[in-house]
Design a protein around this ligand. Structure first.
Ligand code: F6R
Length: 607
């Protein structure tokens, strides 16, 4: 997830671009850059670090020009660095592009272009686009861009500027957001509305497969095959603050709604027609065969994701897995040697305890694999193998999209290991991949339950204590639900393995106590029904999550949220959605600072 902007008009472009990028920094801030068309040349300035670094460096420079494009980066391919920053140019520097998205077939295209004599300077997937447009450019920029994008697989929102065509910018969209701002004698392109709201409230929202030729006094919209499009102008009535949150009240709810896309972005480049391909997981079949112990180490929500990793690795790779929180693990006496694999999970890639656990493992010669959301983070640099979650920046302190993308990443790792080791049949491997592929759509359908969940929240927000119960993978996701509720609503919540209730905690259940029961494991469903009856008999207000069709549960629970049918192993990706929405609405009803809960920080870089 990156942010792009473009301007063409009568004003100085650099200031407008920088202001626009400042409003898009929530989309990533690993580096920032602008390209300005000045005296028939394109001047590019781009630097690693936040936008302020770029601003400081260009303060004394005469960047004068009325046309330009800009970018703020969330690194995916290639670590944050000046050279990997956008805009990316062709070899002569006559054209530049900014890109948000991921080009899945960039290695193939890069190899073909290298054969044709093109030289690459960055490690990015994006650079192939500037060379590809150059390759097809015979004087008609629009045709060249069309031909170039016809070769691309993946997601892109593009802004293209060519010094031979100083009167226009070209914008193209597929699977990454892109809007065109309509001004008076000036027009804009941007990843999101806040970037241009200071200048205009009139926008076109491009759909997938659409492009625009943007001049200062005209905008032509067309499909990729050149057919003109007639689009309605959207009049934006949000204020700037709401616009930064995409019209949502909080980043947390925005990020909850971003999950179908985040899951899809994390999965789709890795699931090919020949099975799972994890480019940065280099561990070989031979190396895997030597591994006799697997640890999954993480903190908080990432630890909860790790619990699913254990279930999947034990089931498909047939290897024992120990999951531990990093702060405990690092002071225990673990058995680590060269036959140990440690998988660390961390959204930020900077959590001090997780990093310490990783270093401890490396000192003892273990192989370390990381699942992280931040390219160039300490954990990503120090691990031997890395699988990035492509969730985009998570701003709300309470983790949502990082968790679901960690879950699917761990599923990919487990299946990749199982297929390398030959511990899974082809049929089973293909069947679970087919199920995983349905997740983005199923998450989307669950988000439609928000109104119902809001109603349920009305019963819970006044509670002093809430209990979560579940069995197997449902117990693991219940832990995440419980953490989510307590951290943002400050209600005391506790999670109990449902079978453990009668060994103590049942004593706390009284009339009206809310109990959230996750009951989506087919083989444990009947047991969960009994546990629900146990708490119901003590007066609990039971809110259950069950698979569609399991209607029996309605006899004992006060309300039921149904999830679409899915294999037991990956229900957590769906179950967590109502749990997140419930916590969010309870916290809003209690007037809590949802995005910045008291006493907590997004990245915990101290012990
Ligand atoms: C809770 C939450 C935290 C983090 C934990 C680890 O919503 O976000 O529990 O999961 O602090 O952080 P990372 O994943 O950055 O290592």
């Amino acid at each position: 997830m990156c942010g792009i902007v473009g301007y063409i008009g009568n004003k100085e472009a650099s200031k407008i671009l920088i202001d626009g990028l400042a409003k898009l920094e929530y989309r990533g801030y690993d580096s920032a850059g602008i390209a300005i068309l000045q005296d028939n040349e394109i001047k590019v300035r781009k630097y690693k670090g936040r936008l302020s670094v770029l601003e400081e460096k260009i303060v004394d420079e005469e960047l004068i020009g009325k046309t330009g494009i800009g970018h703020t980066r969330w690194a995916t391919h290639g670590a944050p660095s000046d050279v990997n920053s956008h805009p990316h140019a062709n070899t002569t520097g006559s054209l530049t592009i900014v890109h948000n998205g991921i080009i899945e077939n960039y290695i193939e295209i890069k190899e073909e272009l290298i054969e044709k004599g093109y030289k690459f300077v960055s490690e990015t997937d994006t650079e192939v686009i500037s060379h590809l447009v150059d390759y097809f450019n015979e004087g008609n920029l629009l045709e060249a861009v069309k031909k170039a994008v016809s070769k691309l697989e993946g997601a892109y929102a593009l802004g293209v500027m060519d010094k031979a065509h100083p009167d226009k910018l070209i914008a193209v969209r597929k699977d990454s957001p892109l809007i065109i701002g309509i001004g008076e004698d000036e027009n804009f392109l941007a990843s999101d509305i806040p970037a241009i709201l200071k200048h205009t409230r009139k926008v076109y929202i491009l759909d997938d497969g659409e492009m625009a030729v943007i001049k200062k006094d005209s905008i032509s919209l067309m499909t990729l095959d050149g057919s003109p499009i007639d689009k309605e102008i959207l009049e934006v009535d949000w204020d700037v603050e709401a616009a930064e949150k995409g019209g949502y009240d909080h980043f947390m709810i925005k990020e909850i709604y971003e999950q179908p896309k985040a899951i899809n972005d994390t999965l789709s480049p890795r699931i090919t027609s020949n099975g799972i391909k994890l480019d940065d997981i280099k561990i070989t079949k031979e190396e895997l065969e030597k591994i006799n112990k697997v640890y999954i180490i993480a903190c908080g929500t990432a630890y909860h994701a790790g619990l699913l990793g254990k279930t999947l690795i034990e089931k498909y790779v047939k290897a024992p897995v120990i999951v531990d929180v990093a702060s405990e693990f690092r002071y225990s006496n673990p058995f680590i040697d060269e036959n140990t694999l440690m998988i660390v999970v961390s959204q930020s890639g900077e959590t001090a305890d997780t990093l310490a656990a990783l270093r401890l493992a490396k000192e003892n010669k273990a192989r370390v694999m990381a699942v992280t959301n931040v390219v160039g983070s300490s954990i990503s640099r120090e691990a031997h193998d890395v699988l990035y979650t492509w969730a985009g920046p998570e701003i709300a302190v309470a983790s949502t999209k990082a968790y679901t993308t960690q879950l699917v990443s761990l599923a990919l790792i487990a299946l990749d290991m199982a297929s390398k080791k030959g511990t899974i049949t082809k049929k089973e491997y293909e069947a679970i991949i087919a199920e995983i592929n349905t997740l983005p759509k199923k998450v989307e359908s669950l988000l439609k339950e928000e109104e119902k969940i809001k109603e349920i929240a009305k019963d819970i927000y006044i509670a002093e204590h809430v209990f979560y119960i579940g069995r197997g993978a449902d117990y693991d996701v219940a832990r995440e639900g419980s953490l989510k509720l307590k951290e943002i609503s400050y209600i005391h919540s506790e999670v109990i393995a449902a079978g453990e209730l009668k060994h103590g905690t049942l004593a706390l259940i009284e009339d009206g106590t809310p109990v959230i029961a996750v009951a989506t494991q087919d083989k444990l469903y009947d047991k969960m029904l009994s546990n629900i009856k146990e708490v119901k008999a003590r007066g609990a207000n039971v809110i259950a999550i069950a698979k569609k069709g399991n209607k029996e549960i309605e006899k004992s629970a006060d309300s039921v949220i149904y999830i679409p049918d899915i294999i037991d192993e990956i229900t957590s990706v769906l179950n967590v959605i109502p749990l997140q929405l419930l916590s969010y609405h309870v916290a809003v009803m209690r007037d809590c600072d949802v995005d910045k809960p008291r006493n907590l920080a997004k990245s915990v870089t101290v012990e």
